[in-house]
Write a protein that binds this ligand. Structure first.
Ligand code: COA
Length: 376
């Protein structure tokens, strides 16, 4: 007999499963991927993190080259997906386009019902690679531009920038995006990863799980917060407006986007390097205004509410300074997090039991049934 336990709202504080992939230490503000501190992993490329999360260890040079080669080879996306993006991405939500595009990949020649680890890693790497191609294509179409083919000689982040902007990025730009992708690659049982594992637990396929996870990430309480942060900063407009704007928002009991976290009780360890990136990039492009507004808001939120910025706060101004449209920010988050989703899917398959909680019924009981002809 299973003993019933009432979980707190939002499953706060409930451990639902074990994972060896990433650990969020909320008390000490630490994030670990497979045993390594995120601060040190900032020295790695996203491709190295792909190897780490899929194989449990950092790659040596030969292993890295194999992963890089697979990611480059898998960049091509079928024409029918690119046609869909070309026709629909201009006017529709970019996360909806990403979700549908990934879903369309189900008709490719993947053996999605083969749950062997090697097969899942190979499909997973293909999806990680294609997500970046799809993201770049959505960027192009939203800017009224032609979709470009991938460039094999470039790494994952640099190729995304080349495909979305149409010119080879300076190394420093590619390295900044690469670091942002590393910081966003995994984050234990956040809402989208949990969604992904719930879908996986029914033995559904990897593409179904990732599609569901993209839907979860889209929401403004999760990945959608980075877009919402930039909209908020644009609405505030000037440093002098920060205090009156915040006073009004807090008086209305609004949630301030980019602040707060369920697990971190101290500063989100991803916020610190992102703040540094945001400052550097804002200075580099000669527009420090949005960074200054952010810094003011951050200080006031800490003073008035004791709440810290999270990953989405400074990623917004970093991407904005890099010339990326605010609506695309969550797509870039997904482009990084797809790696975590793949790794969690594989981990779920290694020790699976269907996730099937119960609910507490609060609706009526014992109502008298009437045939349709007698219903008023
Ligand atoms: N702005 C203002 N107040 C906030 C806040 C925010 N961003 N985040 C939390 N709080 C306050 C709540 O109002 C609540 O106060 P109360 O106890 O007086 O009612 C308290 O802090 C706890 O917040 P709660 O919403 O219950 O926390 P949660 O763990 O359920 O939610 C988030 C966590 C991240 C969803 C929440 O902090 C939030 O909505 N943040 C903004 C969206 C965001 O940036 N999301 C990205 C997360 S990485």
């Amino acid at each position: 007999m299973v003993k019933l336990v009432i979980a707190p709202k939002g499953l706060a504080g409930i451990i639902v499963s074990e994972t060896g992939l990433s650990h969020v230490d909320g008390e000490n503000g630490k994030l670990i991927y497979c045993g390594y501190d995120i601060e040190e992993l900032l020295n790695c490329s996203y491709e190295e993190i792909c190897y780490l999360l899929l194989y449990g260890e950092l790659p040596n040079q030969g292993q890295l080259e194999i992963i890089e080669d697979i990611l480059k080879t898998e960049r091509v996306v079928p024409k029918f997906v690119l046609d869909f993006i070309a026709n629909k991405a201009k006017k529709n939500h970019p996360m909806a386009i990403l979700r549908s595009s990934i879903s369309m990949l189900s008709v490719m020649d993947y053996d999605l019902e083969n749950m062997s680890e090697n097969n899942l890693k190979s499909i997973g790497l293909s999806l990680i690679s294609k997500t970046a191609t799809i993201a770049a294509a959505i960027c192009r179409v939203r800017n009224g531009l032609k979709i470009l083919p991938p460039k094999r000689k470039l790494g994952h982040a640099a190729n995304f920038l080349q495909m979305s902007k149409g010119e080879q990025p300076e190394d420093i730009i590619a390295r900044t995006l690469d670091a942002a992708l590393v910081l966003h690659a995994d984050h234990s049982f956040n809402a989208s990863t949990f969604t992904n594992r719930v879908v996986a637990s029914s033995l559904s396929d990897l593409i179904s799980s990732i599609t569901a996870a993209i839907g979860s990430l889209k929401g403004s309480l999760h990945g959608g917060a980075n877009t919402a942060v930039m909209k908020m900063l644009l609405e505030i407009g000037e440093v002098k407006n920060v205090k009156p704007w915040l006073d009004q928002a807090l008086a209305r009991k609004d949630k301030i986007m980019g602040f707060g976290h369920r697990v971190y009780k101290v500063l989100d360890p991803r916020a610190k390097p992102l703040k540094q990136m945001s400052k550097e990039w804002s200075e580099r492009v000669g527009n420090i205004k949005w960074f200054n507004i952010s810094e003011n808001l951050e200080a006031l939120m800490r003073e008035k509410k004791g709440i810290n910025a999270n990953v989405d706060f400074y990623s917004a101004t970093t991407y904005y300074a890099m010339g990326i449209q605010p609506e695309m920010f969550t797509v870039i988050f997904a482009m990084a997090r797809v790696l975590g989703w793949v790794a969690h899917y594989i981990e779920q398959m290694q020790d699976n039991r269907i996730m099937r909680p119960v609910s507490s019924y609060i609706g009526p009981k014992g109502k008298l049934f009437m045939p349709i002809q007698k219903r008023k």
